[in-house]
Design a protein around this ligand. Sequence first.
Ligand SMILES: [Zn+2]
Length: 419
Amino acid sequence: MSKSMFLQCVICGRQYGLSEVTYTCPDCGEAGTLDILYDYAALRASVDRDAIGHSSLMNVWRYKALLPIADESPVPSLSVGWTPLYNAPRVAESLGLRQVWLKDDGRNPTASYKDRASVVVVTRAMELGIRTVSAASTGNAAAALAGVMASVPHMQTIIFVPATAPEAKIAQLLVYGAQVILIEDSYDVAFDLCMQISLEANWYCRNTGVNPFTTEGKKSASLEIAEQLGWRVPDVVVVSVGDGSIISGLYKGFWDLYQLGWTDRMPRIIGVQAEGSSALVQAWRLGIAGQDMQPAPAETIADSISAGLPRDRVKALRAVRQTNGAYVAVSDEQILAAIPQLARLSGVFAEPASAAAFAGAQIAVESGYIHSEERVLLMLTGNGLKDIKRAQQAVSGGLRVPPDLAIIRQALLNKIETP
Ligand SMILES: [Zn+2]
């Protein structure tokens, strides 16, 4: 390894070498997720921020120097990251805010933010010489793993997914050639089974949260946001939260940049959960530590953020508490309504979990967690085509007519609004 790195437990602070521990802290158990930390002084001396700006790599590897991957390591061919960041004045107006940006991660190769974690985890598996990588997922992380793995020769993907996952997401896994195990139970049960079998079989497990390389992959969005805004950070970043791994990755990316002195502060981070899967909202309100949280039932139409006991709960609470942010909950009805609202104001079609960020921003503004003069970024995590059934529930219309010009003209006169 060309850079100095170590693992540090988020609960007890104990440090480990990168090859000493693979998943979570042996002392703290499953809640003791690990940060990958660097020698920031050495990085500051060796990596030039402006040189990154001239990189021809339009993907996460433009930041390879800041990722836990050896400089010389080969990487998967699928191009992940460097997604568009849009100025969205009509979204800002609808929220009563001065400035809103959208970061559209539905534009990743398998259409979700999870590609960022997968591409780094698969690169790590290749460094370790492991050819089988497994994951449990509500859908997107699995698709991301299956897609990235398919871009590398001689790799085998094994996916544990709840049998209730949206059909499009399961089809995507099968198309990429993954071995798919449909568990007739919840995501949480699938997760534990996957972990157990992976340990027995010596597969590399991409499970979100417990594998510290997932957080590092997910931090790449923050590096892009800062660079795309001229190495400045928004005042507030709003993101939907299930297992808490994306919000943790965003936090870590902004934190790394701040340690490097490349940005002048941390943004406030606001996490959005579905009311039916709001364990972190409750813990944040009640001041409960992540390691003391208990499993609770989870039920929401936004399958990507349904998690009874968020796996990355300690990091997810840290992201909000350390940045003076907030957690808010939105109803399934608000999530469904947000899909066409956001699409019509911006042209970005988001899946339910992704549109939840827009619904959550509305609540956060109403609740006083976001002030009108603040510059806000909505992190959009998945493409709307991932879950067409839910989108169909949110909209109606379409004129069914016979192929007759007179009838069509009349129907249009009655229906079409003047812009
Ligand atoms: Zn520990």
